[in-house]
Design a protein around this ligand. Structure first.
Ligand SMILES: Nc1nc2c(ncn2[C@@H]2O[C@H](COP(=O)(O)OP(=O)(O)OP(=O)(O)O)[C@@H](O)[C@H]2O)c(=O)[nH]1
Ligand SMILES: [Mg+2]
Length: 235
């Protein structure tokens, strides 16, 4: 289970301060406040016996499409709820709502990640007594979301085949942080140069215990292994 994260101990100087040498630990304070809100979210979710999954990936790697396929695959027994995080628009929430699944859209207004207070507000807008499995689709980004604990039970990284197998070299933080890695758009494998064995080696070099699942939400290939992982990791 993921608890907390590595903090960036960056500091910035206040140009208006009389003492220009005084360094203000702004980033540390933001992360501490986030961690307190995340702990509250975690307690709130546990009280309702909800397993929360924080899904992180690049824009367009297939988060919403995978959620739609997951809702279909798990059916009503899934008792699924969704929090959608995007910089702007509610197009993803509208798609989820078409399946009659409870959903809340968060717009960050430019922010490149969700944070725990945003998720706290969204939790109050969801029928928590009806939900057992809560998916939190983070803002599409391989960097910022990793540093912000949301109070989730598990963290998932998606990587789509067109993005290339070298991403663990370039964005190690996300692959180190997550509990499972999902390779999406497997139906495109024959048309791309994605070397699956190399990708798995790179992921396991950073995170030896993370399973690497391979699936296509479009064809349904590999969806069973994802649903099995969810069933094994929900309360
Ligand atoms: N071929 C193929 N295309 C897919 C698959 N999954 C998603 N796509 C397509 O990829 C595009 C992006 O999918 P989304 O599910 O919107 O991606 P996302 O990660 O939610 O995107 P953002 O919310 O913008 O970050 C869409 O055109 C999907 O139809 C898949 O398994 N195979
Ligand atoms: Mg989406």
């Amino acid at each position: 289970m993921c608890e907390g994260h590595d903090h960036t101990h960056a500091t910035v100087q206040n140009p208006l301060s009389e003492n220009k040498d005084r360094r203000v630990p702004v980033v540390q304070n933001i992360l501490n406040a986030n961690d307190r809100a995340a702990a509250e979210n975690r307690q709130h979710l546990e009280e309702h016996n909800i397993t929360a999954i924080n899904i992180m990936s690049s824009p367009g790697s297939g988060k919403t499409t995978l959620l739609m396929a997951t809702i279909k695959a798990m059916g009503e027994n899934g008792s699924i709820g969704v929090i959608e995080g995007d910089v702007a628009s509610q197009v993803d929430a509208d798609k989820i709502a078409e399946t009659q699944t409870p959903v809340v859209q968060i717009n960050t207004g430019g922010g490149c990640h969700l944070d725990a207070p945003m998720v706290h507000s969204a939790l109050h807008a969801l029928p928590l007594d009806e939900i057992k499995l809560l998916f939190i689709e983070n803002v599409g980004n391989l960097i910022c979301p990793v540093s912000f604990d949301l109070g989730q039970s598990w963290k998932v990284a998606l990587i789509s085949v067109p993005e290339g197998h070298d991403k663990p070299y370039k964005y190690p933080g996300i692959f180190e942080a997550v509990d499972v890695v999902v390779v999406t758009k497997a139906d495109l494998m024959p048309y791309m140069d994605f070397e699956l064995d190399t990708f798995k080696e790179l992921v396991h070099g950073l995170n030896p215990n993370a399973p690497v699942l391979v699936l296509s939400a479009k064809t349904g290939e590999g969806m069973d292994s994802w649903v099995k992982w969810l069933e094994e990791h929900r309360v």
